[in-house]
Design a protein around this ligand. Structure first.
Ligand code: AMP
Length: 249
């Protein structure tokens, strides 16, 4: 079985985001970019399935600018077998990404596509669901455990207040939650080996997909600054402030 893992290049989760002065978006100048953390979990899970003998090949796919090749190299260094870069300088929206992935699935015929549950830059949490709908494949979202046996995939999902396990026929779509696994670091020998692994380049035009945005960002603002706290001397003073100043009791 071939596993496809879509990985997005996003602002590193450690970076303190700065909003552009004109409020049109986030300032990306000289900002460290990395693989979306949920996608690292997806790559790790695909590698574990391959190590367990359930998968034969892992294809990492990224849609983005030329630099997204670096993100693909990271996946190859972790253990993916080959990469595909769908090159576009337009910031592809979830529906566009899902359409591109659908077109790629027609070419690659994976048995399983493992995506992150959300990209930490746009927090959309849409692409996996849209891809499943477009392909009409079953989906197991927010996965915290996968178990493959006799051609069926049991996906334990993190839902409000508990866990739900669903059984999917393959081919299927899975999106990863935080507790699915802890991604490995690439070792130095594997980073060297990854340089020789192939990365194919494609364009949205060649796949017949229009990348023109359908959504317009009206405004991006920073969260309100946190007010500094005050120290109270007595419980009575605290109760008084909560009652008469903050008005919450
Ligand atoms: P989103 O729906 O934007 O929150 O993204 C959910 C998941 O879709 C991500 O974790 C990735 O697995 C995949 N994805 C989204 N955008 C891209 C992209 N530009 N390239 C590759 N995969 C993507």
């Amino acid at each position: 079985m071939k596993i496809m893992v879509p990985i997005k290049r996003v602002v590193d989760y450690n970076v303190k985001i700065r909003v552009k002065a004109d409020g049109t978006g986030v300032d990306l100048n000289n900002v460290k970019m990395s693989m979306n953390p949920f996608d690292e979990i997806a790559v790790e899970e695909a590698i574990r399935l391959k190590e367990a003998g359930s998968a034969t090949e892992i294809v990492a796919v990224s849609i983005g600018p030329q630099q997204a090749q670096e993100t693909i190299r990271t996946a190859l260094a972790m253990g993916a077998d080959r990469g595909i870069l769908i090159k576009t300088d337009t910031d592809a929206e979830p529906l566009t990404v899902a359409k591109l992935l659908k077109a790629l699935c027609a070419e690659e015929k994976p048995g399983l596509v493992i995506l992150g549950k959300q990209a930490i830059d746009n927090d959309c949490n849409q692409t996996g669901q849209m891809l499943a709908a477009l392909l009409q494949w079953p989906q197991g979202t927010f996965a915290s455990k996968l178990a493959l046996s006799s051609g069926k995939l049991a996906v334990t999902r993190e839902v409000d207040g508990g866990l739900q396990t669903v059984e999917l026929n393959l081919p299927a779509i899975v999106t990863t939650d935080l507790r699915l696994n802890e991604p490995r670091y690439a070792s130095l020998p594997n980073i060297m080996k990854a340089k020789k692994k192939p990365i194919d380049e494609k364009t949205p035009e060649a796949l017949g997909i229009d990348t023109a945005p359908r959504l317009k960002t009206l405004k991006v603002v920073e969260p309100p600054k946190r007010q500094s706290g005050v120290k109270v001397k007595t419980v009575g003073e605290l109760v008084d402030k909560l009652r008469n100043e903050v008005g919450i009791i």
